[in-house]
Write a protein that binds this ligand. Structure first.
Ligand code: HGY
Ligand code: MN
Ligand code: MN
Length: 397
């Protein structure tokens, strides 16, 4: 059995054409947008052509199913608001290439998935969170994006054809770009993932008093932006005895109301996200965040409110699937690989509730991702594909 590297690369470029944007090979293909839905229609046709049965579930997760028990491969095909061409797409197209090659060779049986809203327009890995039972659909439906559109409204564009029973799958392998600097800096071609970190994500609102920016003296202002600024400034020091060098936290989105040069902002809504491999540390950080936000609001005579806390726990990869990837990485790269944790979140975290999971990484040039500049050398993309193929073969035989 031999995967077709040219067909695989050509398919990756075709998928990129849906929402192609920005400099380099960037894409703008957020969940449920027109380019995302068009890309999913194209993917569904590729799955049919590969002899798979296509099912779209109520979240819009797209499955291409082999008959009988099968190994599930895949990732996601939605993007960040500004994303690269490989994040998620690589795992889906590699899955397609391995599935059709296996089918042509008479086995092993491989099914494919492209999960919906992995990039969290509405939550954190929303499509696989719902499919795996981590998040109830009726709770997910209440989640809103930064424009206030609910998931319930956004997913009306999905043509639902059924539900997919996870019991038919023997395991899940997700191939992905690393999205960080480790492999690139170490000149390694493949990373076999040991663990995926945990995450917490919450929207915080400071409510002050909207007022005139010329006439309102500084000492009487209740400026919501100044509250965010004070909170952010104090946070690093409050975290200092709790975090490790691999702990990360981000305020990535802020909505200031009414967002005008001559108005003291009355309301600020911002995203607060933190990630670590230790659940206890994630909880300590949550307590610090809530306490500090309350202190900042009290000091300024303002109100603070918290949205729903979203999160995923850290997970370890399955030993048997991981060993298959390690054996394949050794055979394909002749030792030029390493074991590493994942600092990015992945659908595999949710899927691990249902079946054994494992992940394989290829390098990200200069460690850049969630940006238009994201890229990986073709030779590394193909090496990753071959590792995936070899792992599937060894598990199937
Ligand atoms: O944010 C993440 O880690 C993932 O790419 N959604
Ligand atoms: Mn991804
Ligand atoms: Mn991503």
């Amino acid at each position: 059995m031999l995967v077709n590297a040219e067909r695989f690369l050509a398919d990756l470029h075709t998928l990129r054409s849906f929402g192609a944007s920005g400099v380099g090979k960037g894409v703008v293909r957020p969940a449920y947008s027109q380019p995302d839905m068009a890309a999913r229609d194209w993917l569904a046709q590729q799955m049919l052509d590969a002899g798979l049965r296509v099912v779209v579930d109520p979240m819009g997760n797209l499955f291409g199913l082999a008959e009988g028990p099968s190994l599930l491969l895949g990732s996601h095909s939605d993007s960040q608001p500004e994303g690269g061409w490989l994040d998620g797409a690589l795992g889906v197209i590699a899955a397609l290439e391995v599935a059709r090659t296996c089918r042509a060779a008479g086995g092993p049986a491989v099914s494919i998935v492209s999960f919906q809203d992995e990039e969290g327009r509405f939550g954190v890995t929303t499509g696989s969170a719902v499919w795996s039972g981590h998040l109830a659909l009726k709770e997910a439906d209440l989640l809103c994006d930064h424009e206030g559109i609910s998931l319930a409204d956004a997913r009306r564009v999905v043509n639902v054809t059924g539900e997919v029973d996870a019991n038919q799958f023997t395991g899940f392998i997700e191939m992905h770009i690393e999205q960080g600097p480790v492999l690139d800096a170490a000149n390694k071609q493949i990373g076999v993932v040991s663990d995926i970190v945990g995450i917490r994500d919450v929207k915080i609102t400071f409510e002050g008093q909207q007022n005139h920016a010329g006439t309102t003296p500084m000492h009487v202002r209740k400026d919501a932006f100044q509250a965010v600024s004070a909170f952010n400034h104090a946070l690093e020091q409050r975290f200092s005895n709790v975090v490790t060098p691999s702990t990360v936290w981000t305020i990535g989105h802020i909505n200031l109301h009414p967002n005008a040069s001559s108005i003291v902002p009355g309301r600020a809504v911002f995203s607060m996200q933190w990630r670590d491999g230790d659940t206890h540390r994630l909880e300590q950080m949550e307590r610090i965040i809530r306490t500090l936000a309350n202190e900042v609001a009290d000091d300024r005579g303002m109100q603070v409110t918290f949205g729903p806390l979203l999160g995923l726990e850290p997970v370890a990869m399955d030993g048997k699937l991981r060993a298959a990837l390690e054996g394949a990485a050794e055979a394909v790269t002749l030792g030029n690989w390493r074991v590493m944790p994942s600092g990015a979140l992945h659908d595999a975290t949710n899927v691990s509730r249902l079946m054994p999971v494992a992940m394989v990484f290829v390098p990200s040039i200069n460690g850049i991702s969630h940006a238009f500049e994201e890229d990986t050398a073709e030779v590394d993309l193909v090496a990753g594909l071959k590792v995936l193929e070899a792992a599937v073969q060894s598990l199937g035989s």
